[in-house]
Ligand binder design. Structure first.
Ligand code: GRF
Length: 208
């Protein structure tokens, strides 16, 4: 059984998609052991509690130094003996040590087709604002492993979504979530839990 932990900051709709997929047995061999938020008011924490999943807040604001926060986060993650860490709307910059320790065991969901509209400054609604400004016709989402860069790790899955003429950033964000994020993130977790993917030379290979 793959022990999965989530790092979140907000609404947690991607977390919900994974909870639902586990219940529906679309994801097998995986269990969510903990949901950790830097934001005490994140609705993702409520979603976790409603599903009897440990829900914790570890906020940098409650520590004297960033280093103290990093240590506390790392300690907590180790306590849960996680096999996979899922970033789902996580707005915290991860400690380097965490990325090294969990190499190819941390995944993120990004709301564009990487390498477009990604990197520093591209998060949340900003991504969709830039997509609309540029007049892009096709966007989507990418699920990828996390490395030291911003949105640079090996790509696991991508799904495209049509941009429509009357879209606002909010409407487009919702469509990207519904048609891409909530599908490829659970799929990626199921693939990892069932040993269907590996990373070779910095690229994800799907094992037949
Ligand atoms: C999603 O749009 C995701 O792509 C981005 O942050 C948002 C998280 O939404 N990384 P939620 O908290 O899962 O609802």
């Amino acid at each position: 059984m793959l022990r999965v932990g989530f790092l979140v900051s907000g609404g947690g709709t991607n977390l919900q998609a994974v909870i639902d997929a586990i219940k529906a047995e679309k994801i097998t061999n995986a269990s969510i052991e903990a949901v950790i938020s830097n934001n005490p008011n994140a609705y993702a924490l409520t979603r976790a509690r409603e599903n009897n999943i440990d829900a914790l807040c570890i906020s940098p604001k409650t520590f004297d130094t960033r280093d103290d926060f990093n240590k506390a986060l790392l300690k907590k993650l180790r306590e849960y003996r996680l096999d996979l860490i899922v970033l789902a709307g996580c707005m915290v910059v991860l400690p380097k040590e965490l990325i090294e320790e969990y190499r190819n065991r941390i995944i993120n969901i990004h709301p564009s087709l990487i390498p477009s509209f990604c990197g520093t400054g591209y998060y949340g609604l900003k991504v969709h604002e830039r997509v609309l400004e540029r007049g892009v016709k096709i966007t989507g989402a990418t699920c990828h492993f996390v490395d030291e860069g911003t949105d640079t790790g090996p790509i696991i899955a991508q799904k495209c979504v049509e941009v429509l003429e009357d879209d606002t950033p909010e409407i487009l964000q919702r469509r990207v979530m519904e048609q891409a994020e909530w599908i490829i993130m659970p799929q990626a977790i199921d693939d990892i839990a069932n040993g269907r993917i590996c990373v070779v030379d910095g690229k994800v290979k799907h094992i037949k």
